[in-house]
Design a protein around this ligand. Sequence first.
Ligand code: LER
Ligand code: MN
Length: 278
Amino acid sequence: MDARSLDEKFTLTATLSAEINPASPVIMGGNYKENIGRASRLGYRAVELHWANPLEIPLDEISSICDAYDMKISAFATGRAYVQEGLSLIDDDDSVRCAALQRLLAHVDAASRFHAAVIIGCIRGNIPAGSANATYMERFAAAAHTIAGYAAKRNVSIFLEAINRYENNYLNTAKETADFIRKYELPNTKILLDTFHMNIEEADPPGAVIECGDLLGYVHVADSTRRYAGAGHIDFQSIASALESIHYQGHLSAECLPLPDSQTALENWIKGIKTYFI
Ligand code: LER
Ligand code: MN
């Protein structure tokens, strides 16, 4: 398969935040014109935004640069609201929980301007040690219902991400995430699979993709080292075949560390995708 048909099949996407941080899996930071232009020339067709607060994103600037390069905004990632500000959708403190919910709704409002999606990952928070899981799962389900319903009215899709146990202590696998969406009948909600988390949690990564089937909505691609595809030991060919078998044709997003530097990571991530996703 050539680069053109790869392009027809997937939307190759580059993650973007306000500044680059070698410890954070976002491939581009700041210098929006330079970064978005570079990503476009390399073959990326969309950007995924990583900000704690959507009101702090220079959206007019980013969207006009995207328009100039024929790039789309694919999704608003929301985990930084938890990591940087401690906002959790299941917090025992009502005011924290409420602030997390309001933050997610603000992300939906921002996404609706661009027909983009909103990702629910780390912001679902962690269940306190020794607590009954069911109480917190119910709490999260109620919040997820509210967010997904609000988003549906604004044509914004929600992607619920399966995240490894060291960052979130529930919904770690594709099956757990699929079962959760089905059990609580979450409207307008699909699964986000991240190959880095899958490498930690899934006994059978291609099987996990197939388990999602048409519930799979979005894919983050990083290697076992959380660097670009090819900088670790993940068997991407088997994951690519599984994606093909479920007819997945959505985003493949470079949510990986900007190492050894952003430019090299952008170039090598695309090379890895062209090598493995054929
Ligand atoms: C979010 O997409 C994610 O994968 C988290 O691990 C970010 O820390
Ligand atoms: Mn991810």
